[in-house]
Design a protein around this ligand. Structure first.
Ligand code: BES
Ligand code: MN
Ligand code: ZN
Length: 490
């Protein structure tokens, strides 16, 4: 998709999105221009009460053969929040997609100042572009009848500044990262194998001039990643371990390691999942797909941080060779794990991926993982669980995620959780009953990093939607990519 910043008069899209409030007139140059083109028809319709500007209320009007306007209501002018705005943009884009005939949509850039929230035009661009693209997303690779797709998004601003241009650039790369990750998650598991994803990583490295190392099974063995290897041993698809590095031209402001859970299919292993739970498990590599999206954005934005992206890629299957309950696995850092449940495989692969990161001496380590069903019980499908060992890092992240329209909530990691995972024959078991499952999993992970600034994002509930919500259509969501990129560049 192409992004262009344009003035009102330069619009070439046949469909234009403009915003209105319930209690305040829209006086933007674009709105005035469209009204003028409509011979005052838009204002007349407003006056007649055909549209009131209530939150998420839409009104479509054709001005001439080549121009249609979609007005999106933002509600009371003091009550808007960034999140509410993002939802409005996404749903406006979804609606505009269905009426555009020249595969091109224009959207007004607005700033906002209210009681609960505010944003300037630069921030608006960072929010608007990814939000619009969330609404426009399609995955029609396997459909005979392709869905209508939008190829150009025009961002309308009559007083363009360098700041706004920068915001638009950030927004565009964030949206690109999200779409990249979503496409990879949408790909069926028999195609998106560890090898396929490792090849994608190589492609990314080539295109962006990154260092890359892909470790094959033998090299993984040589690194003593016996925990990770056990999870993958039941599959005919060989595991791969990937490590990509982006380095800025100058001394990096900080060094971050990002780890993505990369289970290309989670059948549960010998503790096989019931059919309904297994249905969406091609998405168990969302963490890996996300970090591959993110590093491209960081590179394209010429960020001043050094970023390492790491993923242990394998498939969790049942077979005569599969790992079993009661097996004792020795992770790369020497700690031993008694396999209590083969379906708690993500934490086992992450144990080795996190241990690997110890050698990088990063200032911060962050993992993103579709880790526990328990986080869905606790927080549902719209909130990501955040845990870690450094409150300052967590606070900064919670704050940034709110600013960039993603819901997060911190869950505790307590030392007492140790008792849940107590094993008689190994240093710890990999599961500890139903209670506090998300925190227990995080406590498990904390044993495999030496970082004083480690943060863990449990996206099991938010990575993949079986039913659309107001902001995001069905399927992969690209969750936390907006937050992580903004976190890394700020
Ligand atoms: N990949 C799943 C977690 C998951 C569940 C992701 C639902 C997305 C949607 C993970 O590997 C898993 O199976 N976790 C188990 C752990 C349990 C056996 C302790 C779970 O949460 O049921
Ligand atoms: Mn599992
Ligand atoms: Zn899993």
């Amino acid at each position: 998709m192409k992004f262009q910043t344009k003035t009102s008069k330069e619009i070439t899209s046949d469909t234009v999105i403009s915003f209105i409030y319930e209690d305040k007139e829209n006086k933007s140059p674009l709105f005035e221009y469209l009204n003028e083109l409509s011979n005052n028809e838009i204002k007349k319709q407003l006056k007649l009460g055909i549209i009131k500007g209530k939150y998420l209320e839409t009104f479509k009007i054709a001005i001439n053969e080549n121009l249609k306007v979609l007005l999106m209501g933002l509600g009371k002018s003091k009550e808007l929040t960034r999140k509410k705005f993002s939802i409005a943009v996404s749903s406006a884009a979804r609606s505009a997609k269905t009426i555009s005939l020249n595969n091109s949509i224009a959207i007004e850039l607005i700033d906002y100042s209210g009681e609960k929230d505010s944003f300037d035009k630069k921030e608006s661009a960072i929010i608007t572009i990814p939000a619009a693209r969330i609404g426009l997303y399609n995955f029609d690779k396997y459909l005979s009848n392709k869905k209508p797709s939008i190829e150009t998004l025009e961002i309308i601003e009559d007083e363009l500044t360098q700041d706004i241009e920068k915001g638009a650039e950030i927004g565009a790369y964030i949206s690109y990262a999200m779409n990249y990750a979503k496409d990879l998650v949408n790909e069926q598991a028999q195609v998106a194998t560890p090898e396929y994803i490792a090849n994608k990583a190589v492609e990314i490295a080539k295109e962006n001039n990154l260092e890359i190392k892909v470790f094959n099974k033998k090299e993984i063995e040589e690194m003593n990643m016996n925990a990770f290897l056990a999870v993958g041993q039941g599959s005919i698809n060989e595991p791969k371990f990937i490590h990509l590095t982006y380095k800025p031209n100058t001394t990096p402001r900080k060094k971050v390691a990002l780890v993505g859970k990369g289970i290309t299919f989670d059948a549960g292993g010998m503790n096989i999942k019931p059919a309904t739970s297994m249905l969406t498990m091609k998405s168990d590599m969302t963490g890996a797909a996300s970090v591959l999206g993110i590093i491209q954005a960081i590179a394209k934005l010429n960020s001043d941080i050094e970023l390492h992206v790491v993923s242990a890629l394998c498939e969790n299957m049942t077979s005569g060779k599969a790992y079993k309950q009661g097996d004792v696995l020795k992770a790369m850092n020497g700690k031993t794990i008694e396999v209590d449940n083969t379906d708690a495989e993500g934490r086992i692969t992450l144990a080795d991926a996190l241990s690997y990161c110890d050698r990088l001496n990063a200032d911060e380590v962050i993992d993103i993982a579709t880790l526990t069903g328990a986080v869905i019980v606790s927080l549902g499908h719209n909130i990501t669980g955040v845990m870690g060992n450094n409150q300052e890092q967590i606070d900064k992240f919670l704050n940034i995620s709110k600013k960039y329209c993603e819901n997060t909530w911190q869950m505790p990691i307590l030392d007492e959780l140790k008792d849940n995972l107590k094993s008689e024959i190994a240093d710890m078991k990999n599961t500890g009953g139903r209670n506090a499952g998300t925190s227990t999993a995080a406590w498990f992970l904390s044993n495999f990093t030496k970082s004083k600034s480690w943060m863990h994002l449990d996206i099991a509930g938010t990575a993949y939607l079986e039913k659309s919500n107001k902001e995001t259509p069905f399927g992969p969501t690209g969750v936390m990519i907006r937050s992580l990129i903004n976190y890394l560049i700020n």
